[in-house]
Write a protein that binds this ligand. Structure first.
Ligand SMILES: [Zn+2]
Ligand SMILES: [Zn+2]
Length: 101
């Protein structure tokens, strides 16, 4: 698979690690207006698709949210990878060659 942010080529597991390590700042983390729930948001760099969810934080302290970003990144990037596989990854050439109709 290809990293949508920098074009680096990795297998799925490697790309997940790479995204969390290098592109974690792409995940936006914040509190909703009532400061009751935390949300994260991750935009697909290739289209309008957005991974977004609210989560119940253990704390609403801003410093805590920043530390929590890496943990949330694991989840958000996993969801983005599913989207990339479905929407942006060309099927492997051998898979295409195997289809005869
Ligand atoms: Zn990258
Ligand atoms: Zn997309």
């Amino acid at each position: 698979m290809t990293c949508p942010f920098c074009g680096q080529s990795e297998d799925r597991r490697g790309l997940h690690r790479h995204l969390v390590a290098v592109h974690v700042q792409a995940v936006e983390v914040g509190l909703d207006e009532q400061k009751q729930r935390m949300y994260y948001r991750l935009d697909c760099p290739n289209c309008e698709y957005v991974v977004s969810q609210t989560v119940r934080p253990r704390s609403t302290d801003e410093h805590f949210l920043e530390e929590y970003r890496a943990e949330i990144g694991l989840v958000a990037f996993d969801l983005l990878l599913y989207h990339l596989e479905l929407a942006h990854e060309a099927p492997a050439p051998e898979a295409v060659a195997g289809i005869e109709d």
